[in-house]
Design a protein around this ligand. Structure first.
Ligand code: GLA
Length: 433
């Protein structure tokens, strides 16, 4: 009877929810939008227009420069890849000049490099930039994507009533599932409901999507980055619990390598995105990126925090807002699978003054223990923090210190159990007579 019940439950959950086995850790890759937007004039901007050339060039660099080895495996085209009209057979068609060999050829190139292929469409009548959306042609468009062998679909939500999304996104995901091809499903569902004060049903979203954009589009600036961080911190009680292996909150693309962030600010984004268990989707020109930014994107220890197998989203555990927004200081803390913790100490002050402070265990939301502390950006030497001490940090203006705290309790446990054993032997000897 129990077996039958279990089988029924398994059957029910796999038909209702997304069951593609993907995104056990936050997806990593590259996406055109933030850096290359809707640049379609290849005569004026040959290196920047959304085109086969851009995608192939990026694929080459993702492999040759070590991004794929570091985990960035999805290469995605965002909006503006389409012809404005569907073909005579009703199918969506890639822009003929910019994708002269069609999309399957692009997919084949990406796959030949060992990368996975991401595509963008919109659930409404039109994409956000005004190209044909899938509404009314869902099955046909999914078939087209399967023919092209895509591995990832970002389904945007312009030109559709946000109230219709609670039904629409799961139905579309079900159709994707039914193709039998493993396609990672990125939903923009809550991003269109949150601003309308429609309370998103995150239980359902997490059941039906691998990742979901929650909030505003990120733009290439410190103010945009911090406003998104602040929103995720302010709403973490509603959001964080829905993240986990297979399903993730998405605060949007990485700005790292572009024009709007200093190196310290870029380090902030990488650290906070690691704590948030956020998808790591670069959007930058990998052919011209400065080495200091590249180093941030390829930081293995920080990627390991982001990809921690337990998949528990971290929290902003402490914040202090002084006069104006300048003195804003905050601590973000993520618990990792091996009992260690990743802590980002972020200063949002942009008045050029470094922040120096001492924090108690309570302020850091850290269990009382002795820790070995590693600076994940490797500026500082390893430190040892005793359980009765405060932890001192000095943070650059609009910057971060990002540490891994590894408890020494295991060592202490074995030390204390050894002491206990010796005690027991001594007691046994003393009490013998
Ligand atoms: C929306 C999305 C962006 C991007 C654009 C494309 O604004 O949120 O991430 O996909 O559409 O037009």
């Amino acid at each position: 009877m129990l077996l039958v019940t279990c089988l029924v439950l398994v059957g029910v959950s796999s038909t209702l929810g997304l069951d593609n086995g993907l995104a056990k850790t936050p997806p990593m890759g590259w996406l055109t939008w933030e850096r290359f937007r809707c640049i379609t004039d290849c005569k004026k901007y040959p290196d920047e227009c959304i085109s086969e050339n851009l995608i192939k060039r990026t694929a080459d660099f993702m492999v040759s420069e070590g991004y794929l080895d570091a985990g960035y495996e999805y290469l995605g085209i965002d909006d503006c890849w389409l012809e404005k009209k569907r073909g005579p057979d009703g199918r969506i068609v890639p822009d003929k000049e910019r994708f002269p060999n069609g999309m399957k050829a692009v997919a084949d190139y990406i796959h030949s490099k060992g990368l996975k292929f991401g595509m963008y469409e919109d659930y409404g009548n039109l994409t956000c930039a005004g190209y044909p959306g899938v509404l009314g042609n869902e099955r046909l468009d999914i078939q087209t994507f399967v023919d092209w062998e895509i591995d990832y679909l970002k389904l945007d939500g312009c030109y559709i009533d946000p109230m219709a999304m609670d039904e629409g996104y799961p139905a579309f995901g079900k159709m994707l599932n039914e193709t039998g091809r493993q396609i990672l499903y990125s939903c923009s569902w809550p991003a269109y409901q949150e601003p309308e004060n429609i309370h998103p049903n995150y239980e359902s979203i997490a059941e039906h999507c691998n990742l979901w954009r929650n909030w505003d589009d990120i733009e290439d600036s410190w103010s945009s980055l911090t406003s998104i961080m602040n929103w995720f911190g302010d709403n973490q009680d509603r959001l964080a619990k829905h993240a986990g292996p297979g399903h993730w909150n998405d605060p949007d693309m990485l700005l790292i390598g572009n024009f709007g962030l200093t190196i310290d600010q870029a380090r902030v984004q990488m650290a906070v995105w690691a704590v948030l268990a956020a998808p790591l989707l670069m959007s930058t020109d990998l052919t011209t990126i400065r080495p200091e930014f590249k180093e941030i994107l390829l930081n293995k220890d920080i990627i390991a925090v982001n990809q921690d197998p337990m998949g528990k989203q971290g929290l902003r555990v402490w914040k202090k807002t002084g006069r104006g927004s300048r003195a804003r200081l905050e601590i973000w803390n993520r618990e990792l699978h091996d009992d260690s913790f990743a802590l980002a100490f972020v200063s949002q002050r942009d008045d050029g003054i470094p922040y120096a402070a001492e924090f108690s265990f309570e302020e850091m939301s850290l269990p009382q223990a002795d820790y070995e502390v590693y600076d994940l950006y490797k500026d500082e030497k390893q430190r040892y923090l005793k359980s009765n001490e405060d932890f001192g940090v000095r943070i650059n203006p609009s910057g971060v210190k990002f540490y891994k705290f590894v408890p020494k309790s295991k060592v202490e446990k074995s030390h204390s159990s050894r002491v206990a054993t010796i005690d027991a032997v001594v007691n046994a000897v003393l009490n013998k007579d």
